[in-house]
Design a protein around this ligand. Structure first.
Ligand code: MEV
Length: 423
């Protein structure tokens, strides 16, 4: 807490000086400042250059999901997140998927869209036709910005133009369709969009306003599928239960938001571990889920002729291996090496499989014993540990909290005091 948040020149200070100042203007203790200063596996200097006004680091637990076999190849999947049960659920789902060969995933290529908004266009439909006539010139201008990407087979490949009727009247939107290769592509696409904007103005007679990538990456999809053996997953009732659970999500946006949240538990955790822009992944996922005007599940679940469960997932997956934190963050680099992916589309495919696995695990639990049992066990361990329990006391106190049905910090504290005395 502070009385005055106007810290003039804060950005000019060194990290250490910023912390000193923070200490002065907040109620943070020396110990708290020390905790915030810790940048973990990220060198302080790197952190200081990644974002602005850096004072330290913030660490998530890093778990490794096991058992994944995707397109015939095995993967150990790094996942960084704060929520208990997610890594265990992914590993367990992947183990069950293995029985029928694991996950099969395809993708539509690393294609992103860059939008140029043009306003005050005298003749919008005519301008659209003119822009399309000059497509080759516009693509050339875009590609001149990134000869490296072009030399690797990427670059601006096509131009789409639409006339929108908006709150402010008609506007022309020129869209560059860009193959971004192994990059997530925001930098490449934004640079291209800005570079072609003056030409777009000249051709249309209008004013180019926004020039920016679209996070509705519907040309950069992954499609994952897996067959889950009926007996392995608990029998015909479980299969039917999961199909019903899917039908619920398909029919009701309130349930669907949670259904898709479960998918993102996996996608985002791998995304964080591998240095991806997870805000872009979330934006892409949810806008894609609503693309037809109704919010829908990113997965489907059905029963096949043998009575087994078949799951599919289709969603945008804008990820990259070059540029951004995937390059600058040493832990992200190590995780990408642990995973062993060689291209951005391979990373996208793994993340699609993890999303499907995560959704399967959640629906299976929800359609049978519910998620609280497993969740509460882990939650009890967290509560015990944050109440000060260490070593074997964590297990003992967690078991007591569950037995007493009081998974609460105050009770855990009492037990820590009581049992530490006894020891
Ligand atoms: C919790 O983080 C995720 C779930 O709520 C997903 C779902 O309900 O499908 C369990």
């Amino acid at each position: 807490m502070t009385e005055n948040s106007e810290l003039r020149g804060f950005y000019k200070l060194t990290m250490g000086e910023r912390r000193q100042l923070l200490k002065k203007v907040t109620s943070l203790s020396d110990d708290e400042i020390k905790i915030l200063a810790n940048t973990g596996g990220l060198p302080a200097e790197t952190a200081d250059h990644m974002i602005e006004n850096v004072v330290g680091g913030y660490t998530y637990p890093l778990g490794v999901a096991t058992n994944f076999t995707i397109n015939g190849k095995d993967y150990l999947v790094p996942m960084a997140l704060e929520e208990p049960s997610v890594v265990a659920a992914a590993s367990n789902a992947a183990k069950m998927a293995r029985v029928k060969g694991g996950f099969k995933v395809t993708n539509t290529g690393p294609v992103m869209i860059g939008q140029i908004q043009v306003v005050n266009v005298p003749k919008p439909e005519g301008a659209k036709a003119k822009l399309l006539e000059r497509k080759i010139d516009l693509l050339k201008k875009a590609n001149d910005q990134d000869p490296m990407l072009v030399s690797l087979g990427g670059g601006a490949k096509d131009l789409n133009v639409k006339v929108l009727s908006s709150l402010k009247g008609p506007m022309v939107i020129a869209e560059l369709i860009v193959n971004t290769g192994d990059a997530m592509g925001a930098n490449a696409v934004n640079t291209m969009a800005e570079a072609v904007a003056p030409m777009v103005e000249e051709i249309t007679g209008g004013r180019a306003l926004l020039r920016i990538i679209s996070n509705l990456a519907d040309r950069r999809l992954v499609r994952a599928t897996a067959v889950f053996d009926r007996e392995t997953i608990g029998g015909g009732d479980v299969v039917d239960g999961i199909v019903y659970a899917y039908a619920f999500a398909d029919a009701d946006p309130y349930r669907c938001a949670t259904h898709n949240k479960g998918i993102m538990n996996g996608v985002v955790a791998v995304g964080i571990a591998c240095g991806q822009d997870i805000r872009a992944l979330e934006a892409g996922a949810h806008s894609y889920a609503s693309r037809n005007g109704r919010y829908k599940p990113l997965t489907t679940w059905e029963k096949n002729r043998d009575g087994d469960l078949v799951g599919t997932l289709e969603m945008p997956m804008a990820v990259g291996l070059v540029g951004g934190a995937a390059r600058t963050h040493p832990a992200a680099r190590a995780n990408i090496r642990m995973l062993g992916v060689k291209t951005a589309i391979e990373l996208a495919e793994v993340m699609g499989a993890v999303g499907l696995a995560q959704n399967f695990a959640a629906l299976r639990a929800l359609a049978s014993e519910g998620i609280q049992k497993g969740h509460m066990k882990l939650h009890a361990h967290n509560v015990a540990s944050s109440a000060g329990a260490t070593g074997e006391l964590i297990d003992i106190i967690a078991a007591r909290l569950i037995e007493e049905r009081k998974i609460r910090f105050d009770r855990a504290k009492e037990l820590v005091a009581e049992l530490s005395k006894e020891k």
